[in-house]
Every structure is written in C-alpha cells, then in structure tokens.
Design a protein around this ligand. Sequence first.
Ligand code: CTP
Ligand SMILES: C[C@](O)(CO)[C@H](O)COP(=O)(O)O
Length: 248
Amino acid sequence: MSYGNHVPNQSKRCHAVLPTAGTGSRLGGELPKQFQQLAGKPMLAYALNAFAQAPQIESIWVGVSPGFIDHPILKEFSNLDKPVHFLPTGGPTRQETVRNTLAVLMSSGIGADDWVLVHDAARPGVTPTLIDRLIQAVQNSSSGGLLAIPLADTLKQADLNSVVAGNLPHSVKTIPRDHLWQAQTPQMFGLKKLHTALEEAIRQESDVTDEASAMELAGEKPLLIEGATRNFKVTHPADWELMQLLLG
Ligand SMILES: Nc1ccn([C@@H]2O[C@H](COP(=O)(O)OP(=O)(O)OP(=O)(O)O)[C@@H](O)[C@H]2O)c(=O)n1
Ligand SMILES: C[C@](O)(CO)[C@H](O)COP(=O)(O)O
C-alpha cells in the first residue's frame, strides 16, 4: 500500500503520529471516545487541527483500528491543509499501535532520523503553541523529549490490604514528590530510534505506557518540557465534562 512519496531532505523534518485505536472503555458510549462529539466536533478533530496548524509539522499519521478504517466518520477529517494518512495500524495496546504506525512511516520514505511527535487522540487540549514549545526545546537535542507537568499535589500510597478487601483505602505513606512529573503528549523522538525502542519493549513484554518509557528502557534520558493543564487526557466521564467546558 502506498501513502505518498516522502523524500527525505538534509534537515530533520517533524511528523505527527496519533494513536487513535483505543476503545474508550472507561468513558463509555457507542463509538470510541475519539470519534464522539465534543463541543460540536469529533474529539479527534481538535488534535488534528492543532497539528495541521503547527508550521513545523510536515505530515500527520493516524493509527486506527482495522475495523474503523472504512468508517464514514474519517471522511470528516479530509479538509485539513496538510497530508493526513489514516492507517489500519491499531493494535491491542497503545504501544503496539504506535509501533505499527511508525513501521508504515519508515516504509513510506520518511527519513529514519526525522522527528516524530506522538500524541494521544484523547488529548484535544493540545495547541500549536505547545507543539512549537516541544519542538523548539527538543530539536537540537539527541535525547528527544516530552511535555509533562511537575506534580503539584502531595502523593499518598494506599494500603494494599484494604484495596484488596474492597474497603476504603488507608494512606500508609507519603511519597516525596520532588522531581516527579506527570507525562503528557506529544512525545518527540527520532523515528528509527523510537521504533527500535518500542520493538524491544514489546519483545520484553515490558509495561511501557508511553514512548518516553520505551526510550528510558533503551538507556535514553528524554527532556521534560513543561506542558499545560489544558492538555489533560480525557479518560473518565468527569474529564469529558471538563473538556467540554474548556473547548465549548
Ligand atoms: N490499543 C490502543 C489503545 C489506546 N490507543 C490510543 O492511545 C491513547 C491513550 O489511550 P487511552 O486514553 O487510555 O484510550 P483508550 O484505550 O481508548 O481508553 P480505555 O483504556 O478507557 O479503554 C488514545 O488516543 C487511544 O486511542 C491506541 O491507539 N491503541
Ligand atoms: C501516553 C500517556 O498519555 C502519557 O501520560 C499515558 O501513559 C497513556 O496511558 P493509558 O494507560 O493508555 O491511558
């Protein structure tokens, strides 16, 4: 299958990769959450628009479940002024969706050293300014990086026994929060490096939940770039309500 001829030039270009193959089980609803209407548009439209408006982003690659590749809703995203490729690369886990999608980029002529910015379809609060902040901070590094927020609240560890027994948990310990950050997306890494790191993490059956953890496993130290509260992940119904207020 051909997705266009992307001839790499001398400098490293930036491409967006949107894992969009989740089921949204914690939110519920008839369609996966990324296709549900949020303040008048399918949730996926917000992230797509932000990357389409970010001047440094050259192309956008969306990994959807094979069962959704012919869904009429995808036609709603055809009027962006940047190449957007919908691929049937969704896998059973987020990291497999990302790995499969990166494999298509590599076989489509995207430069092995080009940057990929991987972003959750479930983070519609991302903006071109945040994308630009990440690119400016990371593009001259060799380690890659991600948007993240320094932890603001005091962290408690719950008593495992009460959790198992189904009772209200007791706090048994306060975890020092110094140097702790909450990972957001986009996460920006070299295409081939990230693909190799994810392949290895998946081979090891390692529980990596984002791209940065696969890179850490490979010995890298990704840069932490301050993100924004508005870029939170829509996971539960309360997140949906809040995002509706923000974007409405
Ligand atoms: N097999 C998967 C699982 C998740 N994702 C994507 O990864 C992002 C973050 O995942 P999450 O919000 O946890 O999405 P879901 O898996 O859809 O939610 P849930 O766990 O509640 O089912 C989302 O953009 C989601 O579509 C994916 O592409 N492929
Ligand atoms: C990638 C991520 O959004 C960074 O915070 C997060 O790890 C995704 O986690 P999920 O378990 O797929 O919701």
